[in-house]
Design a protein around this ligand. Structure first.
Ligand code: HEM
Length: 564
């Protein structure tokens, strides 16, 4: 809409005119041309048995819009749910004024509220897949700040599988269903993982009960990658973000518990979020950050930019920054949640990237896919548009329905600089942070890989029941795998922790009654032998104990019926 023409928008025939035709009221069904629908039960036909005719505009509009109801689903994180709410800043980071570290306005002035949209998701399977999957959960937050949008695109787990963006399509292909069978296959997953040692920390979380959070409300969130905060003097620190659930607490499921829930409801997490908000039981999270001085930190045994690592809390305590409350359900799932577009590049003044190469890869990928998935003008959609002044010289593109020219600016000037009445840039606020970068252009992995140490620490930090579930889930998924993959995995578990490797090896050996594999280990009573039989053609979904049994049961338990 051209804001200069505001006067012409109102009144009869203006763009804002919502008058009724003579026999209409607000509940009268119309088509998108404004024609009242007088018969929504029958198409136009020659006689009441047909054939039908081609000029049925109402029918054609209705059915052809229906044919286009879906947009491409997200290539990852397709299954999701979301809600609106607000973020309230404490004005401090821990006990210090937040301005010491960042000039981002979203954090200043204790008690200030910023509207947010949150979308939770699972990663691997399609849009209608069960929400009990063993999978990381997405935790993406859009802050509609006074300085424009800030997206914090995170997961529930605080580490990730890989540290280089070029490996992301391979990681996702290995976890997605087999391109021939269209079934997720643990053998393909562990084929990739057994050649990707940096994934061991994430795998240790993923196959434990932390891989199936009870629902979206009762889980943590994390930015995972390292970002920067910049203050008014242009000084920067490294930060990691964490969302910690408040009164609703935190809960995970064992595989067995998840199986039962999945049998009754494959949308339990969406339902849980929607109902909690409808009932006024608003979920709340506290935003906490870990701060590290800028620099490479050679004194640490890990690289601060490595997203497969946790920053030890005893050295880098979590400092409280504010809290988020979700108190409003979407008005329309497709408009508000399916079309929502988050990206790691969407930052505001005072928040910055780090040199984390994964983060830079992500930043290209998000808006690239959104231009394809939602369209070139995805930022014009109300859910994605910032809730503030917008003025650009961008023009056209599919489905453009507004020109970003505010009142008082010439609609003819869509370029800059101009002496005429066009848009112009504004002054820099505060000092730029200017990192000095120097080095050989290279294709190398980082020096301090340390792939196994933190995975071992995480294994030892689990409670007994968590370790037991972890071992069982790994054994169940590794059991049908090629013995070379089993051996590589056991070797890596052993590098993480001797007990970890031994228990997985023993479990695989015990599960070998059916004859697959050739691990040379003594069996042990400590491990529960897995119940299910091996799938006939190899492979089964992650963590599954009874994938092959389920296939047979469907045939065995099915009731014979006669054709009609
Ligand atoms: C190089 C690594 C990565 C790449 C290339 C990548 C790429 C993508 C892409 C293409 C999407 C679909 C976006 C859309 O269609 O709107 C997506 C979604 C998502 N990614 Fe990543 N991703 C990477 C790593 C990560 C990591 C480490 C996290 C967690 C911190 C993460 C969290 C998410 C979330 C939460 C979503 C869903 C956003 C939503 O709800 O719309 N991704 N990612």
């Amino acid at each position: 809409m051209n804001q200069n023409d505001k006067g012409q928008q109102n009144g009869p025939g203006g763009a804002n005119d919502e008058r009724f035709a003579e026999d209409e009221n607000e509940k009268t069904l119309t088509n998108r041309q404004g024609h009242p629908i007088r018969n929504n039960q029958n198409i136009r036909t020659v006689g009441n048995r047909g054939p039908s005719t081609l000029e049925n505009y109402e029918f054609l509009e209705k059915i052809s819009h229906f044919d286009r109801e879906r947009i491409p689903e997200r290539v990852v994180h397709a299954r999701g749910a979301g809600a609106f709410g607000y973020f309230e800043t404490y004005g401090k980071v821990g006990d210090e004024p937040v301005e010491k570290y960042t000039r981002a306005k979203v954090f200043s002035e204790a008690g200030k509220k910023t509207p947010v949209l949150v979308r939770f998701s699972t990663v691997i399977h399609g849009i209608g897949s069960p929400e009990t999957a063993r999978d990381p959960r997405g935790f993406a937050v859009k802050f509609y700040t006074e300085d424009g949008n800030w997206d914090l695109v995170g997961n529930n787990l605080k580490v990730f599988f890989i540290r280089d963006a070029v490996k992301f399509p391979d990681l996702v292909h290995a976890f997605k269903p087999d391109p021939v069978k269209n079934i997720q296959d643990g053998e393909r997953i562990f084929d990739f993982i057994s050649n990707t040692p940096e994934a061991m920390h994430m795998i240790t979380f993923l196959f434990s009960p932390w891989g199936i959070p009870a629902n979206y409300r009762q889980m943590q969130g994390s930015g995972v990658n390292t970002y920067r905060w910049v203050n008014k003097d242009g000084e920067a620190v490294l930060v990691k973000y964490h969302w910690e659930p408040l009164s609703q607490g935190m809960k995970n499921l064992t595989q067995e518990e998840a199986n039962k829930i999945q049998a009754e409801n494959f949308s339990h997490a969406t339902q849980d979020l929607y109902e909690a908000i409808e009932e006024g039981n608003y979920p709340e999270w506290e935003l906490q950050v870990q701060i590290m001085e800028e620099g490479e930190h050679p004194e640490l045994d890990f690289d601060p930019l490595d997203d497969t690592k946790l920053w030890p809390e005893d050295q880098f305590p979590k400092l409280k920054v504010g809290k988020m409350v979700l108190d409003k359900n979407p008005e329309n799932y497709h408009n508000d949640i399916e079309q929502a577009a988050f990206g790691t590049g969407v930052l505001v003044d005072g928040l910055d990237f780090s040199d984390d190469k994964m983060l830079q890869g992500r930043t290209f990928s998000y808006s690239d896919t959104q231009r394809y998935r939602v369209g070139a003008n995805y930022l014009q959609l109300p859910v994605n548009a910032p809730r503030k002044h917008i003025a650009t010289n961008q023009e056209g593109g599919q489905m453009s329905y507004r020109s970003d020219k505010p009142e008082g600016v010439s609609p003819h000037i869509n370029y800059e600089p101009s002496t005429l009445n066009g848009l112009h840039e504004t002054d820099q606020r505060g000092e730029y942070y200017k990192p000095y970068v120097e080095g050989y252009l290279t294709r190398e992995s980082i020096d301090r890989k340390n792939d196994f140490k933190q995975a071992g620490e995480t294994y030892r930090a689990f409670e007994d029941w968590e370790r037991e579930d972890l071992i069982n889930n790994l054994v169940n998924t590794l059991k049908p795998c090629d013995p070379r993959i089993q051996q590589k995995m056991v070797d890596m578990f052993t590098e993480c922790d001797e007990d970890y490797g031994r228990r997985v090896a023993e479990g695989i050996k015990m599960g070998m009654a059916a004859g697959a594999g050739s691990m040379n280990m003594e069996s042990s009573e400590e491990i529960m032998p897995t119940k299910g039989k091996l799938p006939k053609h190899g492979g089964s979904p992650m963590g599954s104990t009874g994938a092959a049994d389920a296939v047979d049961e469907a045939e065995e338990k099915g009731h014979d019926v006669d054709p009609y």
